[in-house]
Design a protein around this ligand. Structure first.
Ligand SMILES: [Zn+2]
Length: 405
């Protein structure tokens, strides 16, 4: 099957090309050779983009399908219980109407540490989520690090996720891994060939992660005001160590009750694609999770400082089974990244070529011959108006054109 997309503006993952013809040949992007095509799509007035990667999610039933509906073609899950993960992986491998998936499997946290309080407190009212919630392995001392990593490898982990969060931004006092255990986990992960990704909330926790030699932070730190001189110092250190940072601005907005979180749902381009009854997921009970009144302003300041310093800031939403919602929130995240000082093209790269490179997903994230045909065709020009990503005309996953809702 050869599908030609004609006369289309292209954002190839790194830069904009004003006009091109792009060929989809089966599941791949191919060089247009001027030959016969089985189907032609007029791309005029639109922009063709690589499928979006969300670099921080938590999957459960139905969510990979929802992600794809909104143009997220790959989710990088950052904590998933084993039986749920096995099912989601099968789905992603077997079907073309869901987003693809990579995962850390079970994250490393202290007994009773974050996010045990969420898994325990909410599991009661969320029995419909089945095996997406419940108890999970934890780690108490450095001597268990190698065995912990072995167990994750057995789950098929693609990277190691480590939680360093004492709950202080939420006024909680949770058990937390000691710096020694964190360092032992990073070492064991690296020995097993796994990248180490740290969940942190504060600058102090980020420093512990950096001391341990992590490869990435799964959130921006959001305890310091934008004017605090420590923000720039920490950003500079993150750059020196070559660590990248997943933004999760839309998560920090939602858990702090940010008014902007509803904006994306009120956008008709999103609302018209939403499944019946799902609009309520714009909000969640902030009592159940860490809250910081200045969280979003601080997070935007940290993201701005990181980007200005030259750090790779990667788009991730922390979409989960409550809020922010899968797929939808990526469009909010892109807008927030531009509020943090990224240009539209930089924000788009942060959701395409950059995460693909950093997570070594070399078959996607760009529009180039030979790569997977994970593609979006949108109306307008998101390299000038970032919200144009919401005007989805077509979505292809592995070359399969998705039927319209
Ligand atoms: Zn998360």
């Amino acid at each position: 099957m050869r599908t030609l997309i004609k006369d289309v503006r292209v954002f190839d993952g790194e830069r904009a090309i004003p006009r091109a013809d792009v060929l989809i040949e089966d599941d791949r992007i191919a060089e247009w050779d001027g030959g016969r095509a089985d189907a032609e799509i007029d791309g005029s007035g639109g922009t063709l983009l690589p499928g979006l990667l969300d670099a921080h999610t938590h999957v459960s039933d139905g969510m990979l399908a929802q992600a794809l509906t909104f143009g997220v073609t790959t989710e990088l899950d950052m904590f998933c219980l084993p039986s749920n993960l096995a099912r989601q992986r099968r789905l992603a491998a077997d079907r073309d109407d869901v987003a693809d998936l990579r995962s850390s499997g079970v994250l490393a946290t202290a007994p009773g540490g974050h996010p045990s309080q969420i898994m325990a407190a909410e599991a009661a009212g969320l029995s419909h989520l089945g095996d997406a919630v419940g108890p999970f392995d934890t780690i108490a001392d450095a001597g268990e690090a190698a065995a912990f990593v072995e167990a994750r490898l057995a789950e098929g982990a693609d990277y190691l996720k480590i939680v360093i969060d004492d709950g202080s931004t939420a006024g909680l006092d949770l058990p937390v891994l000691s710096p020694g255990v964190v360092a032992a986990l990073v070492e064991a992960g690296h020995a097993a060939g796994l990248m180490a990704v740290a969940h942190i909330a504060t600058a102090r926790e980020a420093a512990i992660a950096l001391d341990a030699g992590v490869d990435a932070l799964a959130h921006v730190f959001h305890d310091l005001g934008p004017e605090d001189p420590s923000v720039a110092e920490l950003a500079a250190r993150i750059v020196r160590q070559g660590v990248f940072v997943v933004s999760t601005l839309s998560y920090i907005e939602v858990i702090n009750g940010g008014e902007g979180a509803a904006e994306v749902f009120e956008d008709e381009r999103i609302a018209s694609r939403l499944p019946e009854g799902s609009a309520g997921t714009a909000r969640r009970d902030p009592g159940a999770v860490p809250v910081h009144p200045r969280g979003l302003a601080n997070a935007l300041g940290a993201a701005r400082a990181l980007h200005a310093a030259g750090a790779a800031v990667v788009a991730g939403t922390d979409a989960n089974f409550l809020a922010p919602p899968h797929g939808v929130s990526m469009h909010r995240e892109l807008a927030l990244l531009t509020e943090a000082g990224l240009t539209c093209e930089e924000a788009l790269a942060a959701a395409t070529a950059v995460p693909a490179r950093l997570f070594a997903l070399h078959d996607r994230g760009r529009i180039a011959p030979g790569l997977r045909a994970d593609l979006l065709l949108v109306d307008g020009d998101p390299t000038r108006d970032i919200t144009a990503t919401r005007a989805l005309r077509e979505v292809w996953r592995r070359g399969v054109r998705q039927s319209r809702a």
